[in-house]
Design a protein around this ligand. Structure first.
Ligand code: EPZ
Length: 448
């Protein structure tokens, strides 16, 4: 059912973020080029890292996202001055006035990355009281690795009511370098301890560190600010502490998860697309899996070209820390597997509760069996449009993708999740031929 222009005109006048639903017309072929924004999970930690400097940090290629807005509000609540001009963000941290009353709990609960401020604040101020980060739909999101690491660096860290209270013990009022081995590969814990260690006295060695590209982006910026970090991107990182860090200008790396989501959009609609800018080595595992199922993918500089065959085949994936298959693309990839011939085994090993999207896919006619954290997707289904609701960021993107492959017009609810992590997601897809309408009234879909 074509989306009528009145509705489109009405929606175009709506405030972008107040719209709550996406109306997605399925079976649309796509073609053209999609631009990739700056990486959400890098921008957020770089904003936290700016707290380490007593001069301004100027970030460029910052994506316009709800999570970046939330992090900005958090920094302002600490007395930080921010100057924003589209995708440029200047963070002036010459003065930080941190009184717990100002630290709004709900922002900390809603934004996991807010907790990454604890390392820089402790290193800079010597003590900090910060609200516990919330868990979310995908798991309990513990912080024991963050706490153990900060204690190893010489801080007293306790959980008091809904807060984490951290204070330097050493009389020199400075963290002390240490040898730290993480019990599990944690992106956030590696980032927290890496940032804190830059201002510690002496050498810190991190073993079993996470290797995600966002950690490399963070280390590159910190070294530009005067830090002495080696080995970021490997499981062993050394940090020689320095007395202070300068400001700098830094460009956020392209978002590998957004790029991977659009590669899957190409595959699920069987449409050729070009996507840039990307750093191809950030997507090796994803590219290999898409090639295995029948997509021709070529790389030229920072541009990926993807041409999917019409009859794609099922492949198995197991999510794991980088350089493994990213957990953040598990839901979008499952959407693809629901449309291809054969049975795909999808194992989620990073988060304990990241299969919530299965129920919604099943309502569209997908045949998926779940055993623990392993899903068996019996593909090649004739998916039918319906109204579906997402519970987290990446499952919302997956529901838009699966709606692109369904017959009819679907309604995807949960845009507050999508707007957290994808800049202009619907607009970018519409620019290559999709027909997605943001609306705030629950439109009828043709199955009702
Ligand atoms: C980051 O979360 C990302 N978020 C997540 O992206 C991403 O899915 C995740 O890394 C894994 O790649 C940001 O960077 C803001 P972890 P983080 O610590 O740091 C366990 C998205 O959609 N763990 O690497 O919170 C934990 O339970 C989001 O963009 C501990 O046991 O993830 C999980 O099983 C979702 N103790 C595993 O490690 C700890 O102290 C990986 O979590 C910390 C983590």
């Amino acid at each position: 059912m074509p989306i009528n222009n009145t509705e489109k005109q009405l929606t175009l006048n709506q405030d972008h973020l107040s719209s709550k639903y996406l109306q997605v017309l399925g079976s649309q072929g796509l073609s053209g080029h999609i631009r990739v924004s700056g990486a959400k999970n890098s921008a957020l930690v770089l904003m936290a890292a700016a707290l380490l400097a007593d001069r301004s940090v100027c970030l460029s290629n910052v994506p316009l996202l709800a999570d970046v807005e939330a992090m900005s509000k958090l920094l302002v609540s600490m007395g930080i001055e921010l100057r924003r001009n589209k995708n440029q963000l200047e963070i002036i941290t010459s003065s930080i006035n941190l009184s717990p009353k100002d630290l709004s709990c709900e922002v900390f609960h809603s934004l996991r990355a807010s907790f990454f401020c604890i390392g820089p604040l402790l290193a800079r101020l010597g003590e900090v009281k910060i609200p516990l980060p919330g868990g979310c739909k995908i798991g309990t999101r513990p912080i024991d690795e963050h706490i153990q690491g900060l204690r190893a660096l010489g801080a007293r860290v306790e959980i008091e009511n809904d807060y984490v209270v951290a204070k330097l013990i050493s009389p020199q009022k400075r963290l002390t370098g240490a040898q730290i081995r993480f019990n599990c590969k944690s992106v956030g814990a590696t980032e927290t301890i890496l940032m804190a260690a830059t201002l510690a006295k002496g050498m810190t060695i991190l073993e079993n560190a996470a290797q995600e590209p966002e950690i490399q982006d963070l280390a590159t910026m910190l070294n530009k600010m005067g830090a002495k970090i080696k080995g970021a991107g490997t499981s062993r990182i050394t940090i020689e502490g320095v007395d202070r860090l300068n400001g700098c200008s830094y460009m956020v790396m392209p978002d590998r998860i957004e790029a991977g989501t659009f590669l899957i959009a190409s595959a699920i609609t069987r449409s050729p697309l070009t996507i840039s800018p990307v750093i191809p080595e950030h997507l090796d595992t994803v590219i290999l899996k898409l090639q295995e199922c029948g997509c021709l993918i070529e790389c030229s500089g920072d541009t990926l070209s993807i041409i999917p065959r019409k009859n794609l085949q099922a492949v198995d994936i197991t999510t794991s820390p980088f350089p493994g298959f990213p957990t953040d693309l598990q839901a979008p990839f499952m959407a693809l597997m629901a449309t291809v011939k054969g049975t795909s085994k999808i194992e989620e090993t990073v988060f304990e509760n990241r299969m919530q999207h299965i129920g919604e896919f099943q309502r569209m006619g997908a045949k998926i069996l779940l055993e623990g954290n392993t899903a068996y997707v019996i593909g090649d289904n004739n998916l039918k449009a319906t109204s579906i609701a997402a519970g987290d960021l990446r499952s919302c993107a997956a529901m838009v993708l699966v709606s692109l492959a369904a017959n009819g017009t679907s309604v995807v609810q949960g845009l507050e999740h999508l707007d957290r992590g994808y800049e202009d997601f619907a607009e970018k897809l519409n620019a290559v031929g999709a027909n997605i309408l943001r609306t705030y009234s629950v439109p009828l879909t043709n199955h009702e």
